[in-house]
Each structure stands twice: as C-alpha cells, then as structure tokens.
Design a binder for this molecule. Structure first.
Ligand code: SAH
Length: 241
C-alpha cells in the first residue's frame, strides 16, 4: 500500500491544521490511523511529513513537521477539454488525467451529450482528482474548471497549439505533436460525437481536426488516447519511484 497521504490545500510547516471532512474520514475510517506519522500533500508541488495529534469523531488534527519532497512545476502543460459522459466515465477520465500529468481539465457540455451536470458534478470530479493524486504520488493537483457549455469553455483555453479528435477525419497525431510545444490544448467529443456546428466552432477557434485511426472509438477511449499520446510525447527522463 502507498504511504498514507492526505490532502490539505493550505499547509504551513509547524502550524496545526484540521483535515477537511472527507480527508478526516479517510484517515479515521479507511486507513484506521489514530497516531503516528502521515504525509500531507498541498497539490501545489509539496509533500510534508506530519504528526497525527488528535483523531476524534469531530476532528482530525495534524502537525506538518518537515518538507519531505517537492515536485517542480510541470515542464509541459496539457489543457484537456473533457466531455461529460454517463456512468461515471468522466470521473474515470479525471483519475486517468491526474495520473498522466494533465495540468488543466475543462469539462464541457455539448449538443449531443447524454448527461447534464448536477450541482455536485464539479465537486465529484475534484474529489476524484484528489484521490488519484494521493494514490499516484503526483504533487500537482490538476486545475478542474466547473462544467460549462462547449462554446464558453472554448473562451477559457489559453494554449495556442490546439487540436480535437474528430471522427470526421483529420491530421494524424504524430504530425500534430511534431513541434514540441510546452503548452497545448486537446479535445474529444461525447458519446454522440461533435455536431457539425461544434466541429466548425472548434476549427474557428484554432483547433485542428485530428484522426485517431479508421475505427470509431468510444468517447472515453478517444480521451484516453489523446492524453496517453501527449504523455508519451512529452515525458522527459525521470526516475520512476
Ligand atoms: N457517435 C459518433 C461517434 C462518437 S465517438 C458516430 O457514430 O459517429 C466520440 C468521440 O470520440 C468523437 O467525438 C471524437 O472526438 C472521438 N473519436 C472516436 N473515434 C475517433 C477517430 N477514429 N478519430 C478521431 N476521433 C475519434
């Protein structure tokens, strides 16, 4: 099992902090910890060794004692436009994106999407990213935007090298990745695909249509394909732990 890691967005060395309810539950009920040392992640590149001071129904208090590890800012950045999918598949993709080092996630709604987000969708995606962070040992939490219509999400994209997986065909990925750009944006569509208007809008906003081969992939396969291809192209020699 990986070391017991917990997430706290604001960590100051030597200052007692109270874990939020989900993290407290994880420590108490799942890991069954009542004392000793744990690791704390701030999601912004730092991992601390912390002492467990108090575990009760009401609160869990920990004291961050020393900085154990830091991770430099990711040298390559991917903004991934994620379709909202049914059956927990968007959560699945958030988990994979976190493990694969994606830096920013922009969930979107589109014409042919099957699901509509609820008020809790954003929170669920955030929790899933935190779980993946703790499990994987990554120290940077991806930024996750609240779900919005595709047309609005497109206004929030900052990378200028942009592509989208289009079942209607396009350039093959290898060519798109040829320029080793530090920052890029990639999108793929929902179960029903992009409507012709959305495909036109994406292109108007500078997204190059990309082909993922001759077969029709499921929405989650297409998104995974994009993030793994990006990871493969940009990963620099680093030791695995
Ligand atoms: N229902 C649509 C397919 C949607 S596939 C149809 O039958 O035509 C869901 C998404 O996966 C698409 O919007 C696209 O972004 C991506 N995708 C699937 N297969 C692809 C391929 N061969 N090339 C590029 N993108 C693909």
């Amino acid at each position: 099992m990986s070391p017991a890691r917990f997430f706290a967005p604001e960590i100051r060395e030597g200052e007692v902090l109270e874990l939020d309810p989900e993290e407290a539950h994880h420590l108490r009920e799942v890991r069954r910890i009542s004392s000793g040392e744990v690791r704390l992640l701030d999601g912004r590149g730092r991992e601390f060794v912390a002492r467990v001071l108090r575990v009760s129904r009401r609160e869990v208090l920990v004291l961050p004692e020393t900085l154990a590890r830091t991770e430099p800012h990711p040298p390559f950045r991917l903004e991934l436009l994620l379709p909202l999918l049914k059956g927990g598949r968007t959560e699945f993709l958030v988990e994979k994106a976190t493990e694969l080092g994606v830096t920013r996630l922009l969930p979107f709604l589109s014409h042919r999407a099957v699901v509509r987000p609820s008020e809790r969708t954003g929170e669920r995606l955030h929790r899933r990213a935190i779980q993946a962070l703790k499990q994987s040992g990554r120290l940077w939490l991806p930024e996750i935007r609240p779900p919005e219509e595709l047309s609005r999400v497109l206004l929030r994209v900052s990378a200028s090298h942009r592509g989208f997986a289009y079942e209607g065909g396009g350039q093959f990925l290898r060519g798109f990745f040829r320029e080793k750009v530090r920052e890029m944006a990639l999108a793929s569509g929902p179960e029903g695909g992009f409507s012709p208007e959305e495909a036109a809008l994406l292109q108007e906003k500078g997204f190059i249509p990309l082909s993922l081969g001759p077969y029709i992939l499921r929405a989650e396969t297409a998104a995974l394909f994009l993030m793994i291809a990006w990871r493969y192209e940009t990963l620099e020699g680093s030791k695995s732990r």
